[in-house]
Design a protein around this ligand. Structure first.
Ligand code: ADP
Length: 435
């Protein structure tokens, strides 16, 4: 309750610095704090502007945004919030490969990569967190939980009394954004924890290549990988997230071994993995995230180690709408889609409630009133979202849909006269293509 004066909302403000800014984080934090305190109210979950007029900020800052908050209000008075200002300067570098398997004396030149490392926060993953859309508050729930465990270990809580394993498992159908969510979470945590850790790293283990390809060797490979992880974790001022993708391919082996269908090497690998995981749980700067498309295929001992086992479902109709809307908005901003403003979900739902049933939504471009046009776009997109939901489309398939629509449009070979030869399509053509 925002009006209860005894309680205040915890509001996170993320301040991104320019790539070459050299100002001290502390200086910027104080300056941003001062600037924010010059307002009576602050908008939540939005990109703030006006800092450009403060010279110290203008020379170093690139973006200031208030991030998601449990508070549902659009804005809050300053005296009802506690501000947490996070300053970060994302690194530009791409992931580099680590621990490739060519050091094991193999001569066939095959150097399967077992893992890659990305510096955090990373510029490539800016915006990823916001682009992932789920029905429930999955994202904040995960973030809060992980945050809580970090607070506990920071406080030095006795591990024998309150314990956790720092292992998170996301599972669900393919293409529902699990891997992306892990990366986005890692990015988010590295921003949130920037006061505590000077930098972060994400180490991604490709279970498939680690395991299937080097079957007989992978026991050793797991050991070696974890030796390297331990080295990374030794750097205590760095926060390390280890992502084990498709973890079922690692752990299914043990079940196979027990059923006598696989050589016992599989068993060794999984045992090695579990032992190594247990060693990592005392490291307070390490978090292990794993994903799986098939939770049934995962070793029970692994699932048991996960503090959070979160099911990630196919996007519901509302999330489908938002995913497609973000695609359309991006294409409109790049000039590939013309003549539409796609309304936000809440607005579209309102149109839907008040629209006479069976209202025609084709012929968007024949309406010249922009408001009416936007309404028709919203209704048609809701209709499309329903169809996608019925067909159980994944987030990945949805993000591909506009590409297919454009391909179809290009295939027709007709380019509007007004577009100077550029491939732009109007809203009707887009919807025809996508449907
Ligand atoms: P998974 O690991 O579950 O197979 P990925 O993380 O590889 O899925 O997701 C593939 C792509 O699909 C992502 O890059 C993202 O653009 C898109 N996507 C999937 N689910 C969603 C979602 N819920 N909201 C937005 N985009 C999504």
């Amino acid at each position: 309750n925002g009006s209860d004066s005894k309680y205040k909302w915890s509001i996170h403000v993320e301040v991104r610095l320019q790539p070459r800014a050299t100002a001290r984080f502390e200086t910027i934090r104080n300056r941003v704090d001062l600037w924010l305190k010059s307002f009576d109210r602050i908008n939540l979950f939005s990109t703030l502007s006006g800092w450009e007029d403060v010279p110290e900020l203008a020379s170093s800052v690139e973006k200031i945004a208030t991030s998601e908050s449990p508070c549902q209000m659009q804005s809050l008075p300053l005296d009802e919030m506690i501000l947490h200002i996070h300053i970060y300067q994302p690194s530009d570098g791409d992931a580099y490969e680590e621990f490739s398997n060519n050091s094991g004396g193999r001569e066939d030149g095959d150097d399967t990569m077992a893992a890659s490392v990305t510096e955090l926060p990373n510029r490539n993953w800016e915006g990823l967190w916001d682009s992932l859309i789920y029905e429930s508050d999955v994202k904040t729930k995960l973030l809060d939980y992980i945050h809580a465990t970090l607070v506990l270990s920071d406080a030095g809580v006795d591990f024998n009394l309150v314990s956790w394993n720092r292992v998170v498992l996301l599972h669900g159908p393919p293409g529902t954004g699990k891997t992306s969510l892990c990366r986005a979470l890692a990015q988010k945590l590295s921003i949130r924890l920037s006061e505590r850790y000077s930098h972060g790293r994400l180490l991604e283990i490709n279970s498939h290549s680690l395991f299937s390809k080097w079957f007989s060797e992978s026991g050793k490979l797991v050991q070696r990988l974890f030796t390297n992880i331990t080295e990374l974790a030794d750097e205590e001022e760095a926060f390390l997230v280890v992502l084990i993708d498709e973890v079922e391919s690692l752990t299914a082996a043990r079940a196979g071994a027990m059923a006598g269908t696989e050589p016992s090497d599989g068993l060794r690998v999984v045992n090695a993995l579990l032992t190594q995981l247990d060693k990592l749980k005392h490291r307070k700067n390490v978090l292990i995230m794993s994903t799986s498309n098939l939770v049934k295929a995962i070793d029970g001992a692994f699932v048991d180690r996960a503090d959070i086992v979160q099911y990630i479902d196919l996007p519901p109709r509302e999330a489908v709408y938002e995913i497609l809307r973000s695609c359309l908005v991006e294409m409109a901003s790049k000039g590939i889609l013309i003549g539409v403003a796609v309304p936000p979900l809440q607005k579209a739902l309102m149109y839907e409630r008040t629209a006479p049933t069976g209202q025609r939504t084709v012929g968007i471009m024949t309406t010249s009133d922009p408001h009416e046009r936007s309404k028709l776009v919203g209704l048609r997109l809701l209709g499309l979202a329903t169809q996608c939901r019925v067909q159980e489309m994944s987030g990945r398939a949805l993000r591909r849909l506009p590409v297919l629509a454009l391909a179809r449009y290009i295939g027709i070979g007709k380019i509007p006269d007004s577009s100077e030869g550029k491939h732009t399509a109007n809203a009707d053509a887009w919807f025809d293509g996508m449907e």
